[in-house]
Every structure is written in structure tokens, then in C-alpha cells.
Design a protein around this ligand. Structure first.
Ligand code: HSE
Length: 401
């Protein structure tokens, strides 16, 4: 079965490279020899080793009956959604690395794939090269998933690591992440937490079986994190990581959030540095599972795409089911009602007043007369209101893992 690629950027060119250099190894292991048919891109790539496959016409892929699998690595919602829909309707399997497409249209595209008896696979859309979607839907299928928490954006983890360990400033670290091909075309999606939000929505939709749209998820990126925050967190025994989380509460509703978060120094997530991602999955039978690997980058992400391509070829006439249905109202808990622990940096605070306003909170002395507060667990809205009286410099959630 022949494979076409739509979008010859960082990931698309990585897919061509991996297929080009590993085809024989793949064939030996799986009995499937992936063969390229076309590469769609509006740009010219003179002298490129795959130049003979390049086309600017989508119809060359759509109309080619020998092309049974289409890889979408264009990114963005359009024209990706239109092209992917057309391929599924033509009975072609589709593999994508496009987080935005899956997070916003996953339910629609899976329904379309089902209607046309083909597969729509998206392992590369979360965690780059880390196998996370397949383990979640297959290996952990016997569990009720209770919680998922992850470092799901390689660019921001790379930036935070460079800032903390090498004292590099934010702009230089971002420029380096862009040069290495980790960042999105518009890196605002990385630093503002939007990319991590799309990814946790995909995982939560799979884990809890109902489409969760990114718009409903409170999302904060890393742009406001200062070195003083990092030092204050360290003084309290924590590191700051951009954590994307999804949890089923006791009342059955879901709490999703993306935020710079204090993670205990001893936590496995605290040691995840650079472009690496990690995702903690808590199941009622298995307990905690941690999946770890390179979360972004050309070949790491291509590895996940090629795995899906092989799965499509192996399941040409069978469908891989996800149990991901349409969005339902009332699934998400109101953010202010979610039980939370908060960390705050307060200037010149009266500790007795803090203790009175926030029962159960612990206070310790920070630098320059600051008081560092870790609250007891309570609804986030009530804690934020109580802390507001003290005009905090910074307020961040504290993770329980
Ligand atoms: N920009 C994304 C990241 C790419 O940095 O994680 C991988 O999805």
C-alpha cells in the first residue's frame, strides 16, 4: 500500500526520511513495506532527495487509487480538515500529527472514518515520539482512568529547563527551540499553553470517552513565570513545570487545566527536562504509569507517524476503535469549584492574618521578606479570593503527584 504525505515541513520531511531509511527494517519486522507515492506542499524544495514525489495538487493524492494511506502533517485546521475529510470519504486511511485538528474535530473525523470503514490515527498528536494514545486505548483499556497529568509541550519544557539550568533568557531559549524544530509555526501556541491544552483535550477525550473542546479548559502558559518564582518554588521544595491535567472528580465531573504548576522535587515529573515530555496516567487497576520520551522534533514525531502508517496497513480492513463520542454538556466542573492546593508569594504579609484567612495553610519565609504560602486543599475560587486580600506576587497550583 502506498503512502502520501500532505505537508513537507519538519514532521512531514521526517516521515519521508524515516520511511526512506528504515523501509527494509520495517518490512522485516512487520511484513509491511511502506512506499511513498506523493508529497503535497505548495513550496518548492530544489535539490531535495524526495523532490520526485513532490506535487502542489491535492487531487494527485485524492485521485490516486494506489495511495491507500495519507499522512497529514500540514498543521492548522484548514485546509487540513477539508483534505483529511475528503481522503476518509474516498476510503483512504489517514494518519495525522496535527493536534489542533484532532482536538477540535476528532469526534467528527472518527465518525467519518467509521462511516467509510477506514482508520483515522493520531499517535503523533500527543507527546511527539512517546507511545501514549495506543497504551491509553489498548493496554489500559481495562481501567477506569482517574487522572492524567503531563508535561506535554516540548518547547516550553525546553525553555524552562534552559532558563533554570543555564540562566538563558526566555527569548534566546525560544529562538533555540524554534531552530531545533520543536516550536509551532506560531510559537504563541506553545508558550501560551494552547498546544498543551489541545493535547490534554485529546487524552481526556480518549480516557473519558466524550469530546472535550480546548475552549472550555482554563489555560495559562509560561510567559509570566519569573526566575524569582522558580527560586521561591525551589525554596519550598518544588520545581515549576507546565502541567496539563485531567481528572475525574468524586461527583463524576471532569477537571481539566493547563498551568505552570509546582511539582515536588522528588516527583518523577520534576526530573523531565529539555524537549522531553512525560505523561502520568492513573488507572483504578494499574495504579500509576509514566510514559516518557522526546515530545517534539522531526524524527521523534515521525517515529509515531510511521507506527500509525504501519498499523493502518496492518488493519486495512479492520477498524481501530477509540470510544470517543460527541461532546456532552455539563461534563466539565466549574474551575472555581475544583479542589485545589495553591502556592503564593506574598510581600510583607501578616502570617497570623494569612493563617486566619486560609485555614490549614503552611507559611515559610522566602527571600526579601516574602512569605511563601502553600494552602490546604479547597475549591480554587475560594482560595483565590482569600489570597487576593494579600495582593500576591504569584499564585500557582501545586500538584499532588
Ligand atoms: N510544538 C510542539 C511541542 C510540537 O513543542 O511540544 C510537538 O507537538
Amino acid at each position: 500500500m502506498k503512502v502520501a504525505i500532505m505537508g513537507y515541513g519538519v514532521v512531514g520531511s521526517g516521515v519521508a526520511e524515516v520511511i526512506g531509511k528504515n523501509a527494509e527494517v520495517i518490512a522485516k519486522k512487520t511484513g509491511i513495506l511502506p512506499e511513498l507515492s506523493h508529497i503535497l506542499d505548495i513550496r518548492d524544495f530544489p535539490g531535495d532527495p524526495f523532490a520526485s514525489f513532490l506535487t502542489k495538487e491535492f487531487a494527485d493524492i485524492l485521485e490516486d487509487d494506489e495511495t491507500g494511506i495519507v499522512v497529514e502533517t500540514m498543521g492548522g485546521l484548514e485546509p487540513a480538515f477539508t483534505f483529511v475529510s475528503a481522503c476518509l470519504e474516498r476510503g483512504k486511511h489517514v494518519v495525522t500529527s496535527n493536534k489542533e485538528l484532532v482536538a477540535k474535530k476528532g469526534d467528527v473525523l472518527l465518525a467519518l472514518a467509521e462511516k467509510h470503514n477506514v482508520n483515522f490515527l493520531f499517535e503523533a498528536s500527543v507527546g511527539g515520539g512517546i507511545p501514549i494514545i495506543r497504551p491509553l486505548i489498548r493496554c489500559l483499556a481495562g481501567n477506569r482512568i482517574q487522572e492524567i497529568a503531563g508535561i506535554l509541550n516540548g518547547t516550553t519544557n525546553f525553555i524552562l529547563t534552559k532558563m533554570i539550568m543555564e540562566d538563558m533568557d526566555f527569548a534566546d531559549a525560544l529562538a533555540l527551540a524554534q531552530k531545533k524544530g520543536y516550536a509551532e509555526k506560531d510559537p504563541t501556541a506553545d508558550v501560551a499553553g494552547i498546544d498543551a491544552c489541545r493535547k490534554i483535550c485529546i487524552l481526556a477525550s480518549l480516557a473519558f470517552g466524550t469530546h472535550i473542546y480546548p475552549d472550555g479548559v482554563p489555560t495559562k502558559g509560561i510567559t509570566d513565570v519569573t526566575l524569582d518564582d522558580v527560586k521561591a518554588a525551589a525554596a519550598a521544595g518544588y520545581v515549576i513545570k507546565l502541567i496539563a491535567s485531567a481528572k475525574q472528580l468524586e461527583n463524576g465531573r471532569l477537571a481539566l487545566r493547563v498551568s505552570p504548576t509546582l511539582v515536588k522535587k522528588e516527583s518523577m515529573l520534576a526530573g523531565v527536562n529539555g524537549v522531553f515530555n512525560a505523561c502520568l496516567v492513573r488507572g483504578d487497576a494499574v495504579g500509576d504509569v509514566l510514559l516518557y520520551g522526546q515530545g517534539a522534533g522531526k524524527l521523534a514525531t515521525a517515529s509515531a507517524v510511521v507506527g500509525d502508517v504501519i498499523d493502518c496497513a496492518a488493519h486495512d480492513s479492520a477498524r481501530i476503535r477509540f470510544g470517543w463520542s460527541k461532546a456532552e454538556d455539563g461534563v466539565l466542573e466549574a474551575p472555581g469549584a475544583v479542589p485545589t492546593v495553591l502556592f503564593a508569594r506574598l510581600k510583607n504579609a501578616d502570617k497570623a492574618a494569612v493563617a486566619a484567612a486560609l485555614p490549614g495553610a503552611s507559611c515559610l519565609d522566602g527571600e526579601n521578606g516574602e512569605t511563601l504560602v502553600i494552602t490546604a486543599q479547597a475549591p480554587a475560587g475560594a482560595l483565590e479570593e482569600a489570597l487576593a486580600e494579600f495582593h500576591p506576587v504569584t499564585v500557582l497550583p501545586v500538584a499532588a503527584y
